[in-house]
Each structure stands twice: as structure tokens, then as C-alpha cells.
Design a protein around this ligand. Structure first.
Ligand code: SF4
Length: 381
């Protein structure tokens, strides 16, 4: 980072042997994309990411069987581990003994035990983390903000994302739990920049985990992420980063290489200008995949979509491709065309409207028809 731009004076959050915030070097992290219950594959994935120089490796856990697998993975690696919880927040008590950090998504807390106030759920997570020497991440995604918070911020999805993060900070602070970091992510780098700036202006003391979610495939995904980081890190914002890329499992370590290169360039004052019209034309966003991917054909599908849609490069169309039902339905709503993958079928959407569910070997043709229709409408307009 340029020497004249000090980083925000964030709290130091210990996560196992590393520290996030408090002036510590920016930590680089990634996430295992293998099925968590495939212990051998997950251990190998963790080792691959760790060998590339990751400070922290995250694993998704959605069930008790995932927890059992996590315990085995824990026993076979010394890597600093974080767990990603989505809807099933009560799993925190089972995963906490095995990891150094737990990420929860405020936008998914309402799915289970709807009658229970969110404050009680956060209290449960915080108490569990404190009892097991774990840090927390409040991981807010613009595409899955708690509907109640969204309703209070009509037409301002970034404002809703920031409000949700601030609310959860206040809840944790009120509980006397300060060992947490926050992330505010979206697939649109502009929203990532805006959200993190707004949050940091309110809470410069809270360490931030930066990332552009569903950034897509390299090189586009790396470019979008670099642009966001170049706007934030030189302003003192950002204590840990992830570059989320759609990659084959055996190349997941490329995320670490990309992150180290971007952070290293920024710290050395080497910036790449933002090309005019970066966001013009076809925009493909795709999730980086994780153990929740319902069919590994997702990664090949993402690559096929990119190749098939190349003919539409000059049209302002966004296509979103997501690997599972956890984030797929919500995070495709803002795209012109969305695909979210199930075990045997891919759900094709136009905006928030579902067009149908198609087999993996037929969805590309259906997408082509829908893409032609979007282009034809643009031409008419
Ligand atoms: S969309 Fe699903 S598979 Fe893709 S990264 Fe998110 S949770 Fe994992």
C-alpha cells in the first residue's frame, strides 16, 4: 500500500495462529470446493490451498454428516480452518470445537426456527464461539440480505447490506463479543466498493474481509476483484481478502496466487487503471463453487456458457451461473439470465422469473434461445 495511506485502525481479531486486523498483514484466504463429506478430497483441497500460501481455509458445513467429516479433516491438517454456515446456524456448537473461525450469513438466519428472534440466534453463535476460542465473520451478501432489512431500504440494496452488517455488529458488541470481522460482498465490484466504504465510514474499528463474490472465471473474475481491491485497500479498508473464482478443484490454489499478486501490487503502489467501459457488454458472473455444489458438471457448464455466449460480447447482458440451491435462487435475481444448478437439472431464469428446469445436456440450447430473445429486445429498444 502506498506509504502515505495508513490502514484503518481496526481491532485485532485472533484466528488460530493468525491475526486479522490491528495492523497485521492482510490475510489471504480461500475455500474448499470439494464435497465436505469426501474427506480425502477435502484434505487434499485444504493442503493444495495451504501450500499456495493461504493463511486461512474455509469449509462449508450444512449437516451433521458434514460436521463428522470436518472433524476428520481437522485431524489430518494443521491448516487454520474456518467454517461456512448458512441456514443451519445451530451447527455452530458442533463445528466450533474443530475450527478457528465461523462465518454466518445474517440473511440466512431467518430460515430455521422462524419464531425465534434473530438476537437469540446471534447470542447462541457468539456464546458458542467464545466457549471454543473461535472468531466470527458476519458475512453479508448483497443478494441474500434478510428480507426485513431489505424492506426497510427500498431501492437501496447496498444500503440494506450495510444496515444488516451494522445491526449484527451492534448485536455482537451488545453481547460483549468483539472477536469478529465483517464482509459485504456482491458480484458487482461497484457495490462491493460502495458497501465497504459506507460500512468503514461507520465502523472503522471493525476488520473487513474483502471479496467480489461470484466474480466468475479467470481472467474476468480476477480483473473485477482487482478493480474493487484497488479502490478499497489504498483507502485503508481491508484486513483479509478472498479472490472467488470458478475453477476446477485442482486449480483452487490459483485463488491464492491471484490474491497475493493483487495485494502485493497494491502494497507496492502498482495499480492498473480501470479500463473505460469495463462493465460494458456481456457480463458473466459465476460462483466460485464450494462443497454445496450439487453437480460437479457446474464448472464445465460455466465454461460452456462463456464459450456459447461469446457471440453476445457486445450486448449489455448479465448471465449468472450458480452452483446450488442455497444461494442460487436469490443471487440470480438481478441478472438478465440466471442458471442455478440442482443435482440433475439446471434452473433457468430470466430476471426473477423461472423459465424452467432443464437437463445439463439441454440447458445450453435453452439458454441460447433466451439470450437471443434478450438481445432481440435490446435491439428493438
Ligand atoms: S452458490 Fe452454492 S455452490 Fe456456489 S459458492 Fe455459493 S454456496 Fe457454494
Amino acid at each position: 500500500m502506498p506509504q502515505d495511506q495508513p490502514r484503518n485502525q481496526t481491532r485485532a481479531v485472533p484466528v488460530g495462529p493468525i491475526t486479522i486486523g490491528g495492523g497485521a498483514p492482510i490475510a489471504v484466504q480461500s475455500m474448499a470446493a470439494t464435497k465436505t463429506q469426501d474427506v480425502d478430497a477435502t484434505v487434499e483441497q485444504v493442503r493444495l490451498i495451504e501450500a499456495a500460501g493461504a493463511d486461512l481455509v474455509r469449509i462449508a458445513v450444512d449437516s451433521k454428516r458434514d460436521v463428522d467429516a470436518l472433524a476428520e479433516v481437522r485431524a489430518r491438517t494443521a491448516a487454520t480452518l474456518s467454517v461456512d454456515l448458512q441456514e443451519n446456524y445451530r451447527l455452530a456448537s458442533l463445528v466450533a470445537p474443530h475450527v478457528d473461525k465461523i462465518r454466518y450469513n445474517p440473511g440466512h438466519l431467518y430460515h430455521h426456527e422462524r419464531e425465534k428472534p434473530v438476537q437469540e440466534k446471534v447470542a447462541f453463535i457468539a456464546k458458542t464461539a467464545a466457549a471454543h476460542d473461535c472468531a466470527l465473520r458476519v458475512g453479508v451478501n448483497c443478494g441474500s440480505v434478510d428480507p426485513e432489512v431489505t424492506a426497510r431500504h427500498p431501492g437501496d440494496d447496498v444500503g440494506a447490506m450495510v444496515a444488516s452488517a451494522l445491526e449484527h455488529c451492534a448485536l455482537l458488541d451488545g453481547l460483549g463479543f468483539e472477536r469478529y470481522v465483517v464482509s459485504l460482498k456482491d458480484s458487482d465490484w461497484r457495490k462491493v466498493v460502495a458497501g465497504n466504504r459506507r460500512f468503514a465510514a461507520e465502523r472503522p474499528d471493525v476488520p473487513l474481509h474483502l471479496g467480489v463474490t461470484e466474480a466468475g472465471m479467470p481472467p474476468d473474475g480476477v480483473i473485477k476483484t482487482r478493480v474493487a481491491f484497488e479502490q478499497l485497500i489504498p483507502q485503508g479498508i481491508g484486513d483479509t481478502v478472498r479472490v472467488s473464482l470458478t475453477l476446477p478443484f485442482e486449480r483452487k490454489d490459483d485463488e491464492i496466487d491471484a490474491a497475493r499478486e493483487i495485494v502485493g501490487d497494491i502494497e507496492a503502489g502498482r495499480f492498473r487503471s480501470v479500463p473505460e467501459g469495463l462493465d460494458d457488454g456481456l457480463n458473466i458472473i459465476s460462483c466460485p463453487s464450494c462443497s454445496r455444489v450439487e453437480n460437479e458438471a457446474f464448472i464445465e457448464l460455466a465454461q460452456d456458457v462463456k464459450a456459447m455466449s461469446a457471440y453476445a460480447a457486445d450486448y449489455d447482458v448479465t448471465i449468472a451461473i450458480m452452483g446450488c440451491r442455497v444461494n442460487g435462487p436469490g443471487e440470480t435475481d438481478d441478472a438478465d439470465l440466471g442458471l442455478w444448478c440442482g443435482p440433475a437439472a439446471v434452473n433457468l431464469k430470466r430476471g426473477s422469473v423461472t423459465l424452467g428446469a432443464y437437463r445439463y445436456d439441454e440447458v445450453l440450447n435453452r439458454l441460447r434461445v433466451a439470450l437471443d430473445a434478450v438481445i432481440a429486445e435490446q435491439a428493438t429498444a
